[in-house]
Design a protein around this ligand. Structure first.
Ligand code: NDP
Ligand code: GDR
Length: 370
């Protein structure tokens, strides 16, 4: 039985990957951080009682900023494959916590590679590094491929650039099977609530149900190549099943503005929007509402721009060229953007419908910080 260790197992991708690898018959170990509240919501359905026989899903406390902990866990598990998904993954927040981001996202990768070397696992343990389209940053070329030059535009992207190159370096210097997946944005109903897609699907659901009036967003002109996380974790696995370690772009090859994502989400509740103004004064009004269940007033303003969500340096356009992954990995995404938006909207509507029932029964609903 193959053993995998996933850092960031409690995150969006960690949860989908753990489920995927368990279905493939792996013994899956996950690194989770100690937290004052439970942080395992996304993987609770995979939980196995450690007292039972033949447990194939195990969690270990740990942190990418702690070498001794990483060495101990890797020594104990002796993994065939490590998936390094752990990271402070929010681009805007990385401007507020740049040093921590460099430590966890950059040096954290070095710590894992060094652990493999120190423990003499160079010929046993393969490692996948969660690299990102944010490396491309300021547009140099479109679509972006494995040979496009990097120009990172945030502390997050700069930290990930270190992680990318240290992965390449350890592969070349020590022969470790170490590969980068340069993944473009991928989303799902498990996406963190403050990333733009989930922020939109949650807010549109609440607006439709009368739980919220308006959605405040930053740059509506940003363009992203959005895929589904379920498709992308399969690509991570395929990257480690190759004959030799290599780096791959994983993307859909289609780009969409944040504004159009907003329109698609509102269309799911039968609302057509009209966008007026530009820059900070841009807003969206309800133009038409065809679904009786979600009775929004025509002419009401439901989306506004708040410059607090602008970034000091923005990445305007991401569109990936997945040709190498298509041909070498045989990877093709199964979801398109409309199926993704539909799935996210259905999940958020259903959870806020429960919240609405509580509210109607006299229970208070808690504040959410975006
Ligand atoms: P999430 O933010 O959902 O999950 C990040 C995970 O990392 C969480 O489990 C988090 O733990 C954990 N983590 C954070 N800091 C540390 C630390 N210091 N030590 C150990 N674990 C830590 O991210 P995603 O699942 O979306 O992304 C997975 C990886 O892929 C990340 O590295 C991200 O940067 C990268 N990536 C993501 C893309 C995307 O579009 N989703 C695209 C390209 C790359 P906790 O739950 O306790 O916070
Ligand atoms: P990104 O994702 O920065 O691409 O990083 P995010 O969803 O945060 O932003 C996408 C674009 O939307 C614009 N935007 C807003 N973003 C947020 N979060 N909130 C807003 O209110 C808002 N309004 C507009 C942003 O400016 C940006 O242009 C994600 C993360 O998962 C990274 O870890 C990963 O590496 C990259 O995707 C690929």
């Amino acid at each position: 039985m193959k053993k995998a260790l996933i850092t960031g197992v409690t995150g969006q991708d960690g949860a989908y990957l753990a489920e995927f690898l368990l279905k493939k018959g792996y013994e899956v170990h996950g690194l989770k951080r100690r937290s004052s509240l439970f942080n395992t919501d996304r993987i609770d359905h995979l939980y196995q009682d450690p007292h039972d026989d033949n447990v194939r899903f195990k969690l270990h406390y740990g942190d990418l900023s702690d070498s001794t902990n990483l060495i101990r866990v890797i020594q104990e598990v002796q993994p065939d494959e490590i998936y390094n998904l752990g990271a402070m993954s929010h681009v805007k927040v990385s401007f507020d916590t740049p040093e921590y981001t460099a430590n966890a996202d950059g040096i954290g990768t070095l710590r894992l590679l060094e652990a493999i070397r120190i423990l003499g696992l160079v010929n046993k343990t393969k490692i996948y590094q969660a690299s990102t389209s944010e490396l491309y940053g300021l547009v140099q070329e479109v679509p972006q491929s494995e040979s496009t030059p990097f120009y990172p535009r945030s502390p997050y992207a700069v930290a990930k650039m270190y992680a990318y190159w240290i992965t390449v370096n350890y592969r070349e210097a020590y022969g470790i099977f170490a590969s980068n997946g340069i993944l473009f944005n991928h989303e799902s109903p498990l996406r963190g609530e403050t990333f733009v897609t989930r922020k939109i699907t949650r807010a549109v659901s609440k607006i439709a149900l009368g739980l919220q009036d308006k959605l405040y967003l930053g740059n509506l002109d940003a363009k992203r190549d959005w895929g589904h996380a379920k498709d992308y974790v399969e690509a991570m696995w395929l990257i480690l099943q190759q004959e030799k370690p290599e780096d791959f772009v994983i993307a859909t090859g289609i780009t969409t503005t944040v504004r159009d994502f907003v329109k698609m989400a509102f269309a799911e509740v039968g609302v057509e929007l009209e966008f007026l103004g530009a820059g900070v004064s841009e807003r969206a009004l309800v133009k038409n509402c065809v679904n009786e269940r979600y009775n929004l007033e025509v002419g009401s303003v439901v989306v506004c721009v708040d410059e607090a969500y602008f970034r000091p340096t923005e990445v305007d356009l991401l569109i990936g060229n997945p040709e190498k992954a298509n041909t070498k990995l045989g990877w093709q995404p199964k979801y398109d953007l409309s199926a993704l938006v539909q799935e996210m909207m259905r999940a958020d509507l259903s959870s806020f419908e429960k919240e609405l029932m509580l509210k109607e029964a006299g229970y208070d609903v808690k504040n959410q910080y975006e």
